[in-house]
Design a protein around this ligand. Structure first.
Ligand SMILES: [Zn+2]
Length: 303
Protein backbone atom coordinates (compact mmCIF):
# COMPACT_ATOMS: atom_id res chain seq x y z
CA UNK A 1 0.00 0.00 0.00
CA UNK A 2 1.03 3.58 -0.69
CA UNK A 3 0.78 6.38 1.86
CA UNK A 4 0.15 10.08 1.25
CA UNK A 5 0.60 12.26 4.34
CA UNK A 6 0.92 15.92 3.37
CA UNK A 7 -1.03 18.73 1.75
CA UNK A 8 -1.43 18.02 -1.95
CA UNK A 9 -3.29 16.20 -4.73
CA UNK A 10 -2.99 12.43 -4.27
CA UNK A 11 -5.29 11.47 -7.13
CA UNK A 12 -6.92 13.52 -9.84
CA UNK A 13 -9.34 15.98 -8.17
CA UNK A 14 -8.72 14.50 -4.70
CA UNK A 15 -6.67 16.52 -2.23
CA UNK A 16 -5.53 16.03 1.33
CA UNK A 17 -4.92 19.08 3.51
CA UNK A 18 -2.82 19.02 6.68
CA UNK A 19 -4.59 21.61 8.87
CA UNK A 20 -1.41 22.01 10.99
CA UNK A 21 -3.68 21.96 14.04
CA UNK A 22 -2.02 22.87 17.36
CA UNK A 23 1.00 23.93 15.21
CA UNK A 24 1.68 20.25 14.58
CA UNK A 25 2.19 18.43 11.32
CA UNK A 26 0.25 15.20 10.79
CA UNK A 27 -2.31 15.71 13.56
CA UNK A 28 -5.56 16.60 11.74
CA UNK A 29 -6.18 16.37 8.01
CA UNK A 30 -9.21 16.98 5.81
CA UNK A 31 -10.14 15.57 2.41
CA UNK A 32 -11.15 17.82 -0.47
CA UNK A 33 -12.91 16.62 -3.60
CA UNK A 34 -12.87 19.00 -6.58
CA UNK A 35 -15.95 18.92 -8.76
CA UNK A 36 -17.22 21.14 -11.56
CA UNK A 37 -20.61 21.33 -9.80
CA UNK A 38 -19.04 22.41 -6.50
CA UNK A 39 -16.27 21.13 -4.26
CA UNK A 40 -16.64 19.08 -1.12
CA UNK A 41 -14.57 19.48 2.03
CA UNK A 42 -14.79 16.43 4.30
CA UNK A 43 -14.60 17.55 7.95
CA UNK A 44 -13.46 21.00 8.99
CA UNK A 45 -10.69 20.61 11.57
CA UNK A 46 -10.51 22.68 14.75
CA UNK A 47 -12.33 26.05 15.12
CA UNK A 48 -9.07 27.85 14.26
CA UNK A 49 -8.18 25.62 11.28
CA UNK A 50 -10.20 27.52 8.67
CA UNK A 51 -7.43 29.89 7.50
CA UNK A 52 -5.00 27.03 6.93
CA UNK A 53 -7.64 25.06 5.00
CA UNK A 54 -8.68 28.02 2.82
CA UNK A 55 -5.08 29.10 2.13
CA UNK A 56 -4.18 25.53 1.20
CA UNK A 57 -7.09 25.37 -1.24
CA UNK A 58 -5.94 28.59 -2.91
CA UNK A 59 -2.37 27.27 -3.18
CA UNK A 60 -3.70 24.06 -4.73
CA UNK A 61 -5.61 26.08 -7.32
CA UNK A 62 -9.04 25.32 -5.85
CA UNK A 63 -11.55 28.14 -5.49
CA UNK A 64 -12.77 27.98 -1.85
CA UNK A 65 -15.94 29.87 -2.82
CA UNK A 66 -16.94 26.95 -5.05
CA UNK A 67 -17.40 24.75 -1.98
CA UNK A 68 -20.84 23.14 -2.16
CA UNK A 69 -20.67 20.92 0.91
CA UNK A 70 -18.70 20.57 4.11
CA UNK A 71 -19.49 16.96 5.01
CA UNK A 72 -18.81 16.23 8.68
CA UNK A 73 -18.15 12.78 10.09
CA UNK A 74 -19.19 13.61 13.66
CA UNK A 75 -19.62 16.36 16.21
CA UNK A 76 -16.17 16.34 17.89
CA UNK A 77 -14.41 19.71 17.93
CA UNK A 78 -11.48 18.49 15.80
CA UNK A 79 -13.90 17.50 13.01
CA UNK A 80 -16.93 19.83 13.23
CA UNK A 81 -15.13 22.68 15.03
CA UNK A 82 -14.12 24.62 11.95
CA UNK A 83 -17.40 24.37 10.05
CA UNK A 84 -18.92 27.74 11.07
CA UNK A 85 -15.62 29.58 10.57
CA UNK A 86 -15.28 28.06 7.08
CA UNK A 87 -18.88 28.87 6.15
CA UNK A 88 -18.48 32.45 7.39
CA UNK A 89 -15.35 32.99 5.32
CA UNK A 90 -16.73 31.57 2.08
CA UNK A 91 -18.34 34.04 -0.29
CA UNK A 92 -21.12 31.65 -1.03
CA UNK A 93 -24.54 31.41 0.50
CA UNK A 94 -25.35 27.96 -0.84
CA UNK A 95 -22.65 25.95 0.98
CA UNK A 96 -24.14 23.44 3.38
CA UNK A 97 -22.66 21.56 6.33
CA UNK A 98 -23.82 17.93 6.35
CA UNK A 99 -24.06 16.00 9.61
CA UNK A 100 -26.00 13.15 11.21
CA UNK A 101 -29.43 14.25 12.53
CA UNK A 102 -28.35 13.52 16.13
CA UNK A 103 -25.85 16.36 15.98
CA UNK A 104 -27.52 19.08 13.94
CA UNK A 105 -28.44 20.84 17.19
CA UNK A 106 -24.79 20.81 18.27
CA UNK A 107 -23.76 22.65 15.13
CA UNK A 108 -26.47 25.28 15.66
CA UNK A 109 -25.63 25.61 19.36
CA UNK A 110 -22.05 24.37 19.80
CA UNK A 111 -21.46 25.11 23.50
CA UNK A 112 -21.56 21.41 24.52
CA UNK A 113 -19.12 20.40 21.80
CA UNK A 114 -16.82 23.27 22.77
CA UNK A 115 -16.96 22.31 26.48
CA UNK A 116 -16.20 18.69 25.59
CA UNK A 117 -13.35 19.80 23.35
CA UNK A 118 -11.92 21.98 26.12
CA UNK A 119 -11.94 19.06 28.56
CA UNK A 120 -9.74 17.06 26.23
CA UNK A 121 -7.73 19.69 24.33
CA UNK A 122 -7.51 22.37 27.07
CA UNK A 123 -6.45 25.73 25.64
CA UNK A 124 -5.92 24.17 22.19
CA UNK A 125 -9.72 24.17 21.86
CA UNK A 126 -10.73 27.63 20.67
CA UNK A 127 -14.32 28.85 20.68
CA UNK A 128 -16.65 27.38 18.11
CA UNK A 129 -19.17 29.58 16.32
CA UNK A 130 -22.72 28.40 15.61
CA UNK A 131 -23.78 27.31 12.13
CA UNK A 132 -27.03 28.85 10.90
CA UNK A 133 -29.86 26.34 10.72
CA UNK A 134 -30.39 27.19 7.04
CA UNK A 135 -26.83 25.97 6.29
CA UNK A 136 -27.22 22.61 8.03
CA UNK A 137 -28.20 19.54 6.03
CA UNK A 138 -28.97 16.40 8.00
CA UNK A 139 -27.86 13.17 6.38
CA UNK A 140 -29.44 9.72 6.59
CA UNK A 141 -27.77 6.34 6.32
CA UNK A 142 -27.42 5.26 2.65
CA UNK A 143 -28.33 8.71 1.40
CA UNK A 144 -26.72 9.64 -1.90
CA UNK A 145 -25.45 13.17 -2.41
CA UNK A 146 -25.25 14.08 -6.07
CA UNK A 147 -22.94 16.65 -7.61
CA UNK A 148 -23.49 16.31 -11.34
CA UNK A 149 -22.37 12.79 -12.27
CA UNK A 150 -20.54 12.32 -8.96
CA UNK A 151 -22.22 10.63 -6.04
CA UNK A 152 -21.17 10.48 -2.40
CA UNK A 153 -22.75 7.76 -0.28
CA UNK A 154 -23.49 8.33 3.39
CA UNK A 155 -22.52 5.32 5.53
CA UNK A 156 -23.76 5.47 9.11
CA UNK A 157 -20.75 4.28 11.16
CA UNK A 158 -21.42 4.34 14.92
CA UNK A 159 -18.83 3.19 17.43
CA UNK A 160 -16.45 6.09 18.01
CA UNK A 161 -19.56 8.20 18.59
CA UNK A 162 -23.26 7.52 18.03
CA UNK A 163 -23.47 10.17 15.28
CA UNK A 164 -20.52 9.02 13.18
CA UNK A 165 -20.81 8.93 9.39
CA UNK A 166 -18.27 7.73 6.81
CA UNK A 167 -18.40 8.86 3.19
CA UNK A 168 -17.85 6.68 0.15
CA UNK A 169 -17.28 7.93 -3.40
CA UNK A 170 -17.88 4.85 -5.60
CA UNK A 171 -16.41 6.32 -8.82
CA UNK A 172 -13.09 6.81 -7.02
CA UNK A 173 -13.31 3.81 -4.67
CA UNK A 174 -12.43 6.13 -1.82
CA UNK A 175 -13.70 5.95 1.76
CA UNK A 176 -13.33 8.84 4.18
CA UNK A 177 -13.54 7.18 7.57
CA UNK A 178 -13.14 10.07 10.05
CA UNK A 179 -12.39 8.49 13.44
CA UNK A 180 -14.26 5.19 13.18
CA UNK A 181 -11.36 2.99 12.02
CA UNK A 182 -8.93 4.67 14.44
CA UNK A 183 -5.89 6.87 14.02
CA UNK A 184 -3.20 5.96 11.52
CA UNK A 185 0.52 6.54 11.85
CA UNK A 186 1.74 7.14 8.28
CA UNK A 187 5.34 6.35 9.25
CA UNK A 188 4.79 2.98 10.94
CA UNK A 189 1.47 2.04 9.23
CA UNK A 190 0.07 1.21 12.67
CA UNK A 191 -3.59 1.85 13.48
CA UNK A 192 -4.62 2.89 17.00
CA UNK A 193 -7.99 2.96 18.74
CA UNK A 194 -9.85 6.26 19.02
CA UNK A 195 -11.96 4.95 21.90
CA UNK A 196 -12.71 8.20 23.68
CA UNK A 197 -14.83 8.42 26.80
CA UNK A 198 -17.81 8.65 27.05
CA UNK A 199 -19.03 7.87 23.55
CA UNK A 200 -17.05 4.79 22.44
CA UNK A 201 -19.14 1.63 21.96
CA UNK A 202 -17.04 -1.48 21.22
CA UNK A 203 -19.85 -3.61 19.81
CA UNK A 204 -21.01 -0.87 17.47
CA UNK A 205 -17.40 -0.26 16.39
CA UNK A 206 -17.03 -3.95 15.45
CA UNK A 207 -20.34 -3.97 13.57
CA UNK A 208 -19.29 -0.87 11.65
CA UNK A 209 -15.90 -2.34 10.72
CA UNK A 210 -17.73 -5.38 9.36
CA UNK A 211 -19.94 -3.12 7.27
CA UNK A 212 -16.98 -1.09 5.97
CA UNK A 213 -15.33 -4.34 4.90
CA UNK A 214 -18.24 -4.95 2.51
CA UNK A 215 -17.60 -1.65 0.72
CA UNK A 216 -15.54 -1.72 -2.45
CA UNK A 217 -12.88 0.84 -1.49
CA UNK A 218 -9.21 0.93 -2.43
CA UNK A 219 -8.33 4.27 -0.86
CA UNK A 220 -8.91 4.97 2.83
CA UNK A 221 -8.63 8.51 4.14
CA UNK A 222 -8.05 9.15 7.83
CA UNK A 223 -8.53 12.40 9.72
CA UNK A 224 -5.58 11.41 11.92
CA UNK A 225 -3.60 11.02 9.69
CA UNK A 226 -3.10 10.48 5.99
CA UNK A 227 -4.30 8.55 2.95
CA UNK A 228 -3.77 4.83 2.35
CA UNK A 229 -3.90 3.77 -1.31
CA UNK A 230 -3.81 0.33 -2.93
CA UNK A 231 -5.71 -2.89 -3.54
CA UNK A 232 -4.60 -4.20 -0.12
CA UNK A 233 -5.92 -1.15 1.78
CA UNK A 234 -8.66 -3.19 3.48
CA UNK A 235 -5.91 -4.79 5.60
CA UNK A 236 -6.03 -1.58 7.60
CA UNK A 237 -9.37 -2.76 9.01
CA UNK A 238 -7.62 -5.88 10.35
CA UNK A 239 -4.90 -3.74 11.96
CA UNK A 240 -7.63 -1.68 13.59
CA UNK A 241 -9.40 -4.74 14.98
CA UNK A 242 -6.10 -6.15 16.27
CA UNK A 243 -5.27 -2.95 18.13
CA UNK A 244 -8.65 -3.07 19.86
CA UNK A 245 -8.23 -6.78 20.65
CA UNK A 246 -4.94 -5.96 22.40
CA UNK A 247 -6.89 -3.73 24.79
CA UNK A 248 -9.64 -6.35 25.11
CA UNK A 249 -7.04 -8.91 26.17
CA UNK A 250 -5.72 -6.61 28.90
CA UNK A 251 -9.27 -6.13 30.24
CA UNK A 252 -10.05 -9.86 30.18
CA UNK A 253 -6.81 -10.78 31.97
CA UNK A 254 -7.76 -8.34 34.69
CA UNK A 255 -11.21 -9.76 35.23
CA UNK A 256 -9.88 -12.35 37.68
CA UNK A 257 -8.35 -9.69 39.94
CA UNK A 258 -10.39 -6.54 39.48
CA UNK A 259 -8.60 -3.30 40.30
CA UNK A 260 -10.03 -0.63 38.05
CA UNK A 261 -7.34 2.04 38.52
CA UNK A 262 -4.54 -0.46 37.88
CA UNK A 263 -6.35 -1.68 34.79
CA UNK A 264 -6.73 1.87 33.49
CA UNK A 265 -3.00 2.41 33.99
CA UNK A 266 -2.23 -0.69 31.96
CA UNK A 267 -4.52 0.34 29.11
CA UNK A 268 -2.92 3.80 29.15
CA UNK A 269 0.51 2.24 28.71
CA UNK A 270 -0.80 0.23 25.74
CA UNK A 271 -2.21 3.44 24.23
CA UNK A 272 0.96 5.51 24.59
CA UNK A 273 1.72 5.71 20.86
CA UNK A 274 -1.95 6.36 20.12
CA UNK A 275 -1.71 9.77 21.81
CA UNK A 276 1.02 11.07 19.49
CA UNK A 277 -1.57 12.80 17.31
CA UNK A 278 -2.33 15.11 20.27
CA UNK A 279 -0.18 18.05 21.42
CA UNK A 280 2.30 16.73 24.00
CA UNK A 281 0.67 18.81 26.78
CA UNK A 282 -2.60 16.85 26.49
CA UNK A 283 -1.31 13.33 25.72
CA UNK A 284 -1.59 12.09 29.29
CA UNK A 285 -5.19 13.29 29.45
CA UNK A 286 -5.97 11.79 26.04
CA UNK A 287 -4.64 8.40 27.21
CA UNK A 288 -6.88 8.62 30.29
CA UNK A 289 -9.94 9.47 28.13
CA UNK A 290 -9.21 6.58 25.78
CA UNK A 291 -8.53 4.06 28.54
CA UNK A 292 -11.79 4.96 30.32
CA UNK A 293 -13.57 5.06 26.96
CA UNK A 294 -12.41 1.58 26.03
CA UNK A 295 -13.42 0.16 29.41
CA UNK A 296 -16.87 1.72 29.24
CA UNK A 297 -17.30 0.66 25.62
CA UNK A 298 -16.11 -2.85 26.35
CA UNK A 299 -18.48 -3.39 29.29
CA UNK A 300 -21.36 -2.00 27.22
CA UNK A 301 -20.61 -4.72 24.68
CA UNK A 302 -20.69 -7.57 27.20
CA UNK A 303 -23.61 -6.42 29.36
ZN1 LIG B 1 -13.70 12.03 17.26
Amino acid sequence: MEIFDRTGEFERDLFYVDTLAHNMKRSIGVLVCRNKMGNIIFDSGMPNSSNEILNSLLKLGIDPDSTRFILLTHRHIDHAGGSAALLNKLHSSHTQAGIHPFSAKHLAEPSKVFEGGKELFGSFATRMSPVQNSSIRTLQDNEEIYLGQEVVEVIYSPGHTSDHISYFIPSKKILYCGDIVGSFNPKTHKVYPTCLYPSFDYQKYKTTIKRLRSINFETLVFSHFGVVIGKDTKQILDYSLESHQTLEKIVKEHNAKPNKEKLIQEIKVALKEATEIFPSAVRERAAEYMARGFLKGFYLSVS
